[in-house]
Unconditional design. Structure first.
Length: 399
């Protein structure tokens, strides 16, 4: 138990926090903090934010609903560097869970002095997940993150060896649970004990652990020489299509159209019908990774690629299809505006195309099956990537 009488820092200025905890916002991470708060320990939640997970807007919600103080920590840049080649591989989809935990804990350790804290907390439960929460993996994460003596996993404490924090009496081990396995019954009972009625999802949500989102990320990892957080954010918008290394995003509704316009970079191409309602489409031009299809130029679209993408995007407008005609009547062109550059440097051109779902470039949505093949190639013969694989984003709010 934490006991001020045994606190050697009694005469020194009180540390602001005893511990820093990884706070995904999932139930386990909340409970790990609550069981320590119940012992009178002050714990600050670290909510790591990357292009793939993180809900930075929930900081005040956690304070008001659960009584938990937390701060957002932007981990985009190092996360992207790790994602391309995680030392311990990927999980079922594109989730590098072991390296993700190692990265967060390694970083959290560096924040201990800043908050006057002496140990780290995570809500992992032994045996709950096949990849990252086996006993051997929990040990490996602790070792590789360099937090062997610093990390407490309170929810499974009774199933794990005592930590220095428990041995010193700072944390009362006898009051910590010994959860194990995949069941949620114990966690729900503990939540009820703390009067938690708003139960969040177990893991807090991570797009890398989802099949569809991972499929959207894969072409970015494969094709771009310098992918940034903004590239991954774009992949969340609208319909995503690739034709070899050419990347086209098409809005599904006005909300998507606006989001695409906002996501636009000076080097992007915006396509929209001149006289008819229809979707906004954004073609992203980028430097390709070494070895991307010879003869193709994703950094500068040719007129043929532009016309192909414009015809394909126009096919998502029912009015454009109707105007173009059906069957023997088909083929009447519609006019698409092509905007390039931004602000005063923007140029606007017009291009006449026949809306077509099947075009010579064969645009296709990313397929999740491609991920398995890529991971296999990665395991057997991962090519060395340039050192500076990911570009620094200009400052912006975490996605
Ligand atoms: S699910 Fe996502 S956030 Fe959670 S450990 Fe795995 S990679 Fe990290």
């Amino acid at each position: 138990m934490h006991d001020d009488a045994n606190d050697t820092t009694l005469n020194a200025p009180a540390p602001k926090y005893h511990a820093l905890a990884l706070l995904s916002g999932g139930l386990d991470s909340l409970l790990a903090i609550k069981v320590l708060q119940e012992q009178g320990l002050r714990v600050l939640g670290l909510h790591y934010v990357s292009p793939f997970f993180g809900k930075p807007h929930l900081i005040s919600h956690w304070r008001e609903v659960y009584g938990i103080e937390a701060v957002n920590v932007d981990i985009r840049r190092p996360y992207l560097d790790m994602l391309v080649r995680p030392a311990h591989g990927y999980g079922k989809h594109m989730n590098p869970c072991v390296d993700c935990k190692i990265l967060m804990l390694t970083h959290a350790k560096t924040l201990l002095p800043k908050y006057g804290a002496s140990f780290l907390v995570s809500g992992e439960v032994l045996g709950q997940r096949p990849m990252s929460q086996r006993a051997d993996t929990l040990n490996l994460i602790r070792k590789d993150a360099g937090v062997k003596e610093l990390l407490l996993r309170p929810l499974s404490a009774q199933k794990l060896g005592p930590t220095p924090m428990e041995e010193s009496g700072l944390v009362d081990r006898s009051r910590l649970p010994g959860f194990w396995g995949r069941g949620r019954k114990d966690q729900l009972a503990l939540a009820a004990h703390f009067g938690i009625t708003v139960i969040p999802t177990p893991a807090g949500g991570c797009n890398l652990a989802e099949a569809e989102a991972s499929a959207r990320y894969l072409p970015i990892l494969m094709n771009l020489a310098e992918a940034s957080a903004r590239d991954f954010s774009l992949s969340h918008l609208g319909r995503q299509y690739w034709a070899g290394p050419y990347w086209l995003s098409i809005g599904r509704n006005e909300h998507d159209n606006k989001a695409l316009e906002n996501a636009r970079r000076p080097t992007d191409i915006l396509l929209r019908l001149r006289d008819l309602p229809g979707p906004m489409a954004l073609g992203r031009q980028y430097e390709p990774a070494a070895g991307v299809q010879p003869g193709m130029t994703p950094q500068r679209w040719s007129d043929d690629v532009l016309a192909d993408a414009a015809a394909f995007a126009a096919s998502y407008s029912p009015k454009a299809r109707a105007q173009s005609g059906e069957g023997a009547e088909a083929g009447r062109p519609v006019v698409v505006l092509v905007r390039q550059g931004k602000g005063e440097a923007e140029t606007v051109a017009e291009i006449a195309v026949t809306p077509a779902r099947q075009t010579p470039l064969c645009w296709a949505e990313p397929k999740s099956q491609a991920l398995a093949a890529w991971k296999k190639r990665f395991r057997t013969a991962a090519p060395e990537r340039p050192k500076q694989f990911f570009a620094e984003d200009s400052p912006e709010e975490p996605a």
